[in-house]
Design a protein around this ligand. Structure first.
Ligand code: ZN
Length: 149
């Protein structure tokens, strides 16, 4: 019961403010206390150095990151599948995209050797990784298993 009533820290996809959401209200959406935006909008978050820590470390939700680049053909092919997976994995996971060209320091920190690479991070710790494009169903199944969500 205590577990069910506990609050979960959720970083806002728009402004990266950390919101406390009662665990039993997670599935009901909710809005950000600062910007008023929806905490779950069905779209992957564009990750950058300004919001990465909020989603990867401060949030209680596991973060599934798609490390990609615009010149990468398999990355572009997987983009619709990744976008489809968002609706299936929210609100248990946050999904974000990290442009390795725009944010090379974060890609280097995770030692990204090839793209696309998907990494699941929880409370700042990498818990799973998989390289190569996957269809939406495989992304959802793999991420759920990795995050135990
Ligand atoms: Zn916000």
């Amino acid at each position: 019961m205590a577990e069910a009533l506990a609050a979960v820290i959720v970083a806002c996809p728009a402004c990266a403010t950390c919101n406390r959401v009662p665990r039993d209200k997670l599935g009901q959406g909710g809005t950000c206390g600062r910007c008023g935006g929806s905490l779950f909008n069905g779209e992957p978050v564009t990750l950058c150095s300004a919001n990465f820590a909020a989603h990867a470390s401060k949030s209680d939700l596991p973060l599934l990151v798609d490390f990609w680049a615009s010149w990468c053909e398999p990355c572009r092919q997987m983009a619709p599948a990744f976008a489809t997976a968002v609706a299936k994995l929210e609100p248990h996971l946050r999904l974000g995209k990290l442009d390795t060209e725009a944010e090379p320091a974060i890609a280097a920190r995770f030692g990204i050797q090839s793209i696309p690479t998907l990494v699941v991070i929880h409370k700042g710790q990498e818990i799973a990784r998989r390289s190569g494009a996957m269809p939406a169903g495989a992304i959802v199944e793999w991420a759920r298993q990795a995050a135990k969500a």
